[in-house]
Design a protein around this ligand. Sequence first.
Ligand SMILES: *[C@@H]1O[C@H](CO)[C@@H](O)[C@H](O)[C@H]1NC(C)=O
Ligand SMILES: *[C@@H]1O[C@H](CO)[C@@H](O)[C@H](O)[C@H]1NC(C)=O
Ligand SMILES: *[C@@H]1O[C@H](CO)[C@@H](O)[C@H](O)[C@H]1NC(C)=O
Ligand SMILES: [Zn+2]
Length: 525
Amino acid sequence: MLFSPLGLLGMVTVVALAAGTQHPDLPPLSPLQMTARNAEELSAKYWVEEAQAGLKSRLRQKNIEAKARNVVMFLGDGMSVPTLAAARTLLGQRAGHTGEESHLSFEEFPSVGLSKTYCVDHQIADSACTATAYLCGVKNNYGTIGVSAAVRRRDCAASLEEANQVASIAEWALQDGRDVGIVSTARITHASPAGAYAKVADRNWENDNSVVENGQDPLVCRDIAHQLVHMYPGNQFKVILGGGRREFLPNTTRDEENTRGRRTDGRNLIDEWQEVRASQNVSYNYVWNREQLLNISESLPEYLLGLFEGSHMEYHLEADTTTEPTLTELTEIAIRSLSRNENGFFLFVESGRIDHGHHSNYAHLALDETIHLHAAVQRATELLPEEDSLVVVTSDHSHVMAINGYTPRGSSILGRSNSRGDDGVPYMTISYTNGPGARAYVDGDRYDVTGDSNFGELRWRSHAEVPRSSETHSADDVAVFARGPHHALFSGVYEQSRVPHLMAYAACIGPGLRYCDAPAPVNTP
Ligand SMILES: *[C@@H]1O[C@H](CO)[C@@H](O)[C@H](O)[C@H]1NC(C)=O
Ligand SMILES: *[C@@H]1O[C@H](CO)[C@@H](O)[C@H](O)[C@H]1NC(C)=O
Ligand SMILES: *[C@@H]1O[C@H](CO)[C@@H](O)[C@H](O)[C@H]1NC(C)=O
Ligand SMILES: [Zn+2]
């Protein structure tokens, strides 16, 4: 049974609603409940002072015109705007509050905008075309990474043409003498982190065998793991932390935790990465568990490769904490490692499993992964001064999770709605328009999910309307939060492909060089 801040209130209150009423009167919290919780909210003064304090702090917020030495981009994969609202409520409820009034760390950033996520050939995007947009600054086709829309999915030949390849902000940073790191709780060869280094006609080409399975030659169109270890810019990255060992290992071997490799070229790319570093006479470490990672954290090598799972890292609430580091630990080690370069760095950090929680209609897991992104961002802002480090937090695309009306204030965000459908059957506050949580009708009646004894458990599937084995992304805009140099540039509503151009301007690298050294736009073509 779930923690429910207002006890039974949300469960026993059933409002008789006239059919067709759009905004029914709701039973108010009893004075006792309100006084016990947020008594101050009953006065007008509270809200006026809250607003005035916010205004005052906004007026004091200075524009930071200096160049950003460091840029950290956090990505919540699939972190839609409703996901933010639900996660902040859960965060507050875990602390014993009503919840709705809480905030995630990055919701305090001074500037927020919205980005439009569609890709060139699809109304509703995937993580591959969006990664190309927010890391390379170019929109392209669904399923493709690091190439322009001239490349159709699985067109190996077109993806090799130099004119069709696009550079990422990781390359712009390297060309300026800065260091680069990537961190993800998904496989490090998965679409989002691959946007920093791969040029590939299909996001599924994570190992050579998947290239073969699509009838292509893996010696011609290199798989994503190979590109990371042996090709520019991946072969320059100082920090690589995530999941996905299987993509680097032969299918004749098993990794440290007994996951079978996926490669059929017989190559062990984890060994090869170490051999390259040894031949360069630089310090390096490969680690595969948390203990090893923390063990080297006081004397970090120049190059660090950490792969903590055969596939994706575990959901935080389900992880073996002795073997799996948290996103916050990974972020801190990456920042400390990269901070040694006086020229600065670019770091990409992904909370990759918000998306997976949603795809399974596991709302609780998706929200918890969002809360862990909040914690990692919090740590980054403690480590990096606002004056020289730009921190951007955004998402690649949305999901079809909705927060349904009309439960009273403080009701468990993972619990029942106090309302019923016009069919008389109750529903949950959170549901999805599609996904594996769809339930068959029972004798012509909608299934009553609120009768499930285990709702709210981590792997309880929220109700979905349209049955699908995997819930879908959606086309809603996603939020972009910014703090640090030139944060105000990130306000507005714009194409997702603008995001890296804004970061590059703030850092004065790559295409950002066009304007950043000159106060007024210059007439270059
Ligand atoms: C490895 O992959 C090859 C090619 O698909 C296959 O023939 C072989 O049976 C696989 N080996 C194992 C141990 O799965
Ligand atoms: C490798 O690096 C070490 C320490 O920096 C140095 O003493 C040694 O001479 C280097 N070896 C080569 C072959 O460059
Ligand atoms: C921790 O580091 C020490 C010294 O570098 C090493 O001897 C030890 O084996 C390491 N322990 C683990 C668990 O990696
Ligand atoms: Zn997805």
